[in-house]
Design a protein around this ligand. Structure first.
Ligand code: SF4
Ligand code: SF4
Length: 438
């Protein structure tokens, strides 16, 4: 293992709020709001109409291209509307289902074949059919990630259990609760890729999860070469390029992908969902999340149906202690701040944070004092200060020369800046402006 990637920061972890809290089920929502675009790529096309009765897990939105994902009903019930509603990304077509009737599809029956008897093609079909996407937050369709071009030689699967975002403990709890299932998910993913080697990377602030997985490996005795490595706790250890470097010493080229260095990365939650899709034919209609922050009465780790609105989750978690200064979907570093509790949980929602005034930084920003702290923090070797100043002065031509597309939006620069400059937001603006010009 290689010591560490360059840069990075050590924000307060705040994982103690939910650390070690076993999963419990959030209440089934009376009404589910299921967006047709919960993934990177083309939106799904609704294939139900108002008035239709659907079963739990029934296909309601069909993938519309190679890079797209199926969408399924999270509850049995009646389609009462298909309308544009507010989601974490934007307003978009949403199938609205009022829950009624019985939960008939438990997905409890296991395919009793051995993993080695299931073909790679069958695994990919099942993953695509189940609408599996990256559950770490990126929501890239998993079947696409597991289908690299034939000329690309993949030799290693990296399983991302770093969970470097503060507050989030959902992956930690998945590793503690389902270690042997995660190993099975890894074996299935290896089979799909036609390779034998996997490395699970877990930050050493979750050493209990490392031990649980290593113990499960000793018990399962997989034929494949699967190892679990404890990594130094440093944000953004879980970013793909940084994780690859730490575990293998390989550097993914600028604008390149992990597959360019023979690697595919999947999140812990994703390999768990892959196992459920392949062995139980279970579509992705529910997921595990962390609900945390000082402003929620009952923080914890929960299983929740996709399409449950934040307002229902708040109610089920004992309500709020007052008005949160910020509500964030995901972690505080890379997550999205939202202003409505009508937004539903989607496949990529790893957590919901209800933060108090003292947990967030909302002050004004001032001019750059050239201290260089953002440069030292940047894991991509960029010059966030200069990028920020260029964007602030509308000099997108100058910004373009500073490789903004290499930015992974980790927020380490903004976090480090004593002038409170919203550097990653500036860089996002530069990325969007450059994309528009192409
Ligand atoms: S410039 Fe981008 S990659 Fe570098 S620290 Fe800022 S947000 Fe992270
Ligand atoms: S950290 Fe802030 S003040 Fe310091 S160089 Fe970067 S932008 Fe300027």
């Amino acid at each position: 293992m290689f010591s560490s990637f360059r840069g990075g920061i050590h924000p307060p972890e705040n994982k103690h709020i939910t650390e070690g809290m076993a999963f419990s089920n959030l209440v089934i929502p009376k009404t589910c709001y299921i967006p047709m675009q919960q993934h990177i790529g083309a939106p799904a096309r609704p294939i139900v109409k108002v008035g239709d009765i659907v079963e739990e897990g029934q296909l309601i939105g069909e993938a519309t291209g190679f890079v797209s994902a199926n969408v399924h009903a999270s509850v049995p019930g009646k389609v009462v509307d298909i309308a544009e509603t507010l989601t974490v990304y934007q307003k978009q077509p949403t199938v609205i289902i009022e829950a009624e009737g019985a939960f008939t599809s438990s997905h409890a029956a296991r395919d009793d074949r051995k993993i080695e008897d299931i073909t790679a093609e069958e695994i990919l079909v099942k993953i695509r059919s189940a609408g599996i996407v990256g559950l770490g937050g990126a929501a890239f369709p998993t079947s696409v990630k597991l289908s690299p071009p034939s000329e690309t030689a993949i030799d290693t699967l990296i399983v991302n259990g770093a969970e470097c975002e503060p507050y989030l403990t959902v992956d930690d709890m998945l590793m503690h609760t389902f270690p042997s299932q995660i190993i099975e998910g890894i074996q299935i993913t290896l089979k799909a890729l036609g390779i034998k080697k996997a490395i699970v990377g877990v930050e050493n602030n979750k050493i209990g999860a490392v031990k649980v997985l290593q113990k499960a490996l000793l018990e399962v005795k997989p034929r494949e070469d699967i190892s679990v490595k404890a990594l130094r706790t440093k944000y953004p250890q879980g970013a793909e390029k940084q994780l690859i470097y730490t575990l293998t010493g390989k550097e993914v080229p600028s604008r390149g992908l992990p597959m360019d260095v023979g690697i595919v990365v999947q999140n812990i939650g994703t390999v768990f969902a892959i196992r459920e899709a392949v062995l139980f034919d279970k579509p992705l209609f529910e997921r595990y999340i962390t609900v945390s922050g000082k402003m929620i009465n009952k923080p914890g780790n929960y299983k929740v149906r996709i399409g449950t609105r934040i307002s229902e989750i708040v109610e089920d978690c004992g309500g709020l202690k007052g008005d949160p200064a910020k509500i964030i979907i995901g972690g505080p570093m890379c997550g999205l701040s939202v202003h409505s509790m009508d937004i539903p949980v989607v496949k990529g929602t790893s957590g919901i944070l209800f933060l108090s005034r003292d947990e967030v930084n909302i002050g004004d920003f001032s001019p750059c004092i050239r201290c260089g702290k953002c440069v030292a923090a940047c894991p991509m070797g960029l010059l966030p200060c200069d990028l920020g100043t260029a964007v602030e002065n509308n000099r997108f031509d100058l910004a373009n020369n500073l490789n903004p597309s290499d930015c992974i939006m980790c927020g380490s620069c903004s976090y480090s800046c004593p002038a409170n400059r919203p550097l990653s937001h500036f860089i996002k603006l530069a990325q969007e402006r450059i994309k528009q010009k192409k």
